[in-house]
Design a protein around this ligand. Structure first.
Ligand SMILES: [Zn+2]
Length: 199
């Protein structure tokens, strides 16, 4: 299930909030509460149990969850703005921090060790009823990024037509493409054609 869900999304960002911003591509993949749940599951942010609880909630309270999804989309565009600022070495605008704080405020619950394979992972059990708190892990990760915004290696893919961002964790720190398969090869092919044409 996790692999199937993962294929739906372009998870090349190296950070949760960056991958979330990238759900804008491919178009039409991220358009409902269930897609948000699938994204959280595909990124390993929530387990299968939590995912089915959130899906059940979507069936039980469709309007409530649709509204939360609308807020998620708004948060996504604000985060996109923040990534553009970080990439350009500009300060993260205050309204971006404000949007993150709104999500963090919706959070009520406690940390718990949960079984993960043969070991354990530290998870979070929600106590509040606000569906917006499904976004909390994304907000947390974004908050961490904002804290180190002045040095964070956030970049946009070098293909000007590409909308994807990534957090460069490469050894050389010179990653240029969202992925070799999506944009890197296309660039190589175009450069090759250009060299041939100019011969
Ligand atoms: Zn790209």
């Amino acid at each position: 299930m996790k692999d199937m869900a993962a294929k739906k999304f372009t998870l090349i960002g190296n950070r949760l909030e960056v991958d979330f911003v990238n759900t804008i591509y491919p178009r039409g993949v991220f358009c409902s509460w269930n897609d948000l749940v699938a994204f959280l599951e595909a990124t390993g942010t929530i387990g299968r149990g939590e995912a089915s609880r959130l899906r059940a909630r979507g069936r039980r309270e469709p309007e409530f969850c649709a509204r939360a999804f609308g807020q998620a989309i708004m948060l996504r565009s604000v985060l996109r703005e923040a990534l553009a600022a970080i990439e350009a070495r500009r300060p993260v605008p205050p309204h971006c921090a404000g949007a993150i704080n709104t999500v963090l405020r919706s959070l009520e619950g406690y940390a718990q060790l949960m079984p993960a394979g043969k070991g354990w992972r530290l998870g979070f059990v929600a106590r509040s009823l606000d569906p917006l708190q499904a976004m909390a892990p994304i907000a947390h990760s974004a908050a961490e990024l904002f804290e180190k915004a002045d040095t964070a290696p956030v970049r946009k893919c070098a293909n000007p037509e590409c909308v994807l961002y990534f957090y460069d964790t490469s050894r050389t720190g010179r990653r240029r493409w969202c992925s070799m398969a999506i944009c890197g090869n296309r660039h190589k092919v175009a450069a090759f054609a250009q060299r041939r044409a100019s011969r």
